[in-house]
Design a protein around this ligand. Structure first.
Ligand code: LLP
Length: 445
């Protein structure tokens, strides 16, 4: 490794600087690769902005996560909302993964990839419609995570109508604070999620009376991007108490669904040892459940795919307003909204590393007509010229899934790299794609 590499880290193992061709790695020819493929080549071939994911990294992270829970019976139900591309879901089904879905659309994605995966699907969310519930009952999913008394009623009615039995858990709200952005914290009483844990026993009693419902477990999810494992174990303590109480009440509790939420380090050099981090998380969850003999369900999203993806963008213009320097890039908040929405930090690195290049403090901004359209503010970055490529790191989770067509911008293409092979897993949208539903002939209801 040369200075060029260490000074500007990518995100190993997915994104590393390597020499192009057979030349030795020098100061000016270190190019950021995804696995064996230079990102510069992908940008030339598919254009920018461009999402690029590493299949091997997704597989490795899933395996490390799964193995961390080996001491207990468990199923990993990847949270589809983090990245729902069909090719990524296919890759995960091949690994034997289950899925956490929150809409009929997400369920349909899973079914299209592998209908047999339905038996490992959990359905979460505060606003399931009866149509979505019907779809999930027909598909034969593993578990409904019910979030209100009214939803329990609707689930019971739908199941009775379809002559099915719905396996259900109540998603309880444990009132445990977690240190994360307020928009993605979900485990406090003031949040819309779940049923206050102290009301759960009464509602389970009600559920047990319904012929078409089968009480099967307890579910919880306290938020996302949580780095400290303490709130997870505090939550599991409360859930374990509830499981014991429910069994005393005569219910069968086979499953505990622990939700997702394990955070990833967005700043600096990233994660050196994900397997160790997953083991720490597993210990925090499994400790309080010891002796309960439940099957644990886990719903990780970000921790599996976040570091496996990058958003490639090209510098369109350099400009200076007073004392401020801006890099105007061709990606924008419509492509990756996390910095604008949550003030989230994403490392930005040049695709071509020049160890000797000077640094400057810049705002990296997109072309959208909002001041909130930025990827970084007052960030010290290596000097970038117009036409240079930049990689916005850790964009594999909640990147493309949150992309929009604001400013009538077609959404980026997505590429899945596996070793030295490259696959276009979503083509770039065209303006015709965007305007199609507004054409007179497709406007009929
Ligand atoms: N299970 C449930 C019920 C959830 O609501 C979520 C995320 C997950 C699992 C997966 O959590 P993860 O392991 O990915 O943290 N857009 C935000 C994140 C929203 C998370 C919503 N729920 C962001 O970009 O940070």
């Amino acid at each position: 490794m040369t200075a060029a590499v260490t000074e500007r880290p990518g995100r190993a193992p997915a994104f590393c600087y390597r020499a192009l061709g057979k030349r030795a790695l020098g100061e000016s020819d270190a190019v950021l690769h995804c696995d064996q493929v230079p990102l510069s080549r992908l940008a030339e071939r598919f254009g920018t902005p461009l999402y690029v994911y590493s299949a091997s990294t997704i597989r490795e992270r899933l395996r490390a996560f799964d193995q961390a829970f080996d001491p207990a019976p468990h199923t990993v139900c990847y949270s589809v909302k983090a990245n729902s591309n069909l090719s990524i879901l296919r890759l995960l089904t091949r690994e034997g993964c289950g899925f956490d879905v929150v809409s009929g659309g997400e369920l349909e994605r899973v079914l299209r990839v592998d209908r047999r995966a339905a038996g490992k699907v959990v359905f979460s969310g505060v606003g399931k419609t009866s149509v979505e519930i019907g779809m999930a009952l027909q598909a034969g999913i593993l578990l409904f995570n019910v979030e209100s008394q009214s939803e329990l009623q609707v689930l019971g009615e739908c199941a009775a109508r379809l002559k099915k039995t719905a396996r259900m858990a109540l998603r309880v709200n444990p009132d445990v604070p977690a240190d994360t952005h307020p928009y993605i914290s979900t485990g406090l009483h003031q949040h819309k999620f779940g049923i206050p844990i102290e009301q759960a026993r009464a509602l389970y009693r009600q559920a047990a009376k319904h012929k078409s419902l089968k009480v099967s477990g307890v579910s919880v999810h306290i938020g996302s991007q949580i780095a400290d494992v303490t709130p997870f174990s505090a939550t599991m303590e409360r859930v374990a108490d509830l499981v014991r109480a429910l069994r005393i009440d005569g219910h069968t509790v086979d499953y505990v669904d622990a939700g997702g939420g394990l955070g990833i380090p967005y700043e600096g050099d990233g994660q050196s040892d994900f397997a160790a981090c997953a083991r720490k998380y597993a210990r925090a969850l499994l400790g309080p459940l010891r002796g309960l003999r439940v099957h644990l369900l886990l719903e990780p999203g970000r921790s599996i795919v976040g570091p496996a993806g990058t958003l490639l963008t090209r510098v369109l213009y350099r400009k200076t307003n007073g004392h401020k320097r801006f890099l105007v890039v061709d990606a924008a908040m419509n492509d990756l909204i996390r910095p604008s929405l949550y003030k989230a930090h994403h490392e930005i690195v040049p695709v071509r590393a020049h160890a000797a290049s000077a640094k400057e403090t810049v705002d990296v901004v997109g072309p959208i007509c909002e001041t909130g359209d930025f990827f970084a503010r007052d960030r010290e970055l290596p000097l970038a010229e117009e036409g240079d490529l930049l990689a916005i790191l850790d964009a594999g989770a909640y990147g493309m899934v949150l992309a929009s067509n604001y400013n009538t911008r077609p959404r980026p293409a997505e590429i899945l790299v596996d070793g030295d092979s490259t696959k276009l897993i979503r083509r770039r949208e065209t303006l015709t794609d965007l305007m199609g539903p507004e054409a007179p002939r497709s406007r009929r209801a």
